[in-house]
Design a protein around this ligand. Structure first.
Ligand code: ADE
Length: 234
């Protein structure tokens, strides 16, 4: 998969994309990630990419031209058509389902905003899919891009060593994950549940299933409702 990230602060993104699972996926060619500085497309001496909003009001608005030019330039670098994504608190919420959907695509082009927002014609003209990582406002889309790229890249085949760990983890079956333990068996008086050291795989499986259901019921009953609804329509 190729991922282009357009941002005013690519230097904030690069170190994150070099570390850990994403860094390895990049090195092995599973994910080809390119960061582009939108300011390089300002097209004026002062490198200006934002301006005051028509109609007045606080803050600055990201201008159309640098964003349109950056998108056109980056898209022309590769014939694979890109799915355009605009990161904004007004977008559809990023969920594991959305991450799975995006992980099936050949190319993503992610646009990070800054300042008060985008000129509306960026939405109208580029028709991107709009995604939010949650109901709060960040000072820019960079942190959101890191979240999105992380959630997607780890789903690419070969990115995570043990594919089963992806199937088991929270949300992948519409439930939260069961509790995990590792050595030692006793830590500060807290014991590992006996079943996990019993060697009885059927019992372990059953315990995990029931813990997973209990956790979800206690912490995220909304997920159980959603799961019921999707199963009804399957
Ligand atoms: N930009 C600012 N806030 C954001 C959010 N919550 N999600 C995605 N992009 C954003």
């Amino acid at each position: 998969m190729r991922i282009d990230v357009l941002s005013l602060f690519p230097e904030a993104l690069e170190p994150f994309f070099e570390a850990s699972i994403i860094g390895r996926a990049r090195q092995s060619g599973i994910a080809r990630i390119h960061c582009t500085d939108i300011r390089g497309f300002a097209g004026n001496r002062h490198q200006k990419v934002d301006d005051r909003p028509f109609g007045g009001g606080p803050g600055m608005v990201m201008m159309c031209s640098p964003v349109f030019d950056a998108v056109a330039n980056v898209e022309s670098e590769d014939p694979v058509p890109a799915t355009r994504i605009l990161l904004t608190p007004q977008g559809e919420r990023l969920t594991q389902r959305v991450a799975r959907e995006l992980a099936c695509l050949p190319r993503l082009l992610i646009i990070c905003g800054h300042y008060e927002g985008f000129d509306e014609r960026i939405r109208l003209g580029l028709a991107p899919r709009e995604i939010s990582i949650g109901d709060y406002v960040l000072s820019g889309g960079e942190a959101a891009a890191m979240v999105l790229v992380d959630a997607v890249v780890r789903l690419l085949p070969g990115a995570v060593g043990d594919e089963e760990s992806i199937e088991d983890e929270s949300f992948s079956r519409g439930l939260l994950e069961y509790p995990q333990y590792t050595r030692p068996r006793t830590f500060r008086g807290m014991e590992v549940p006996e079943v996990l050291i019993s060697g009885d795989h059927a019992r372990i499986e059953e315990w995990r299933r029931s813990e997973s259901a209990r956790r979800t019921r206690e912490r995220r009953p909304d997920l159980l409702e959603e799961k019921g609804q999707t199963q009804d329509t399957d």
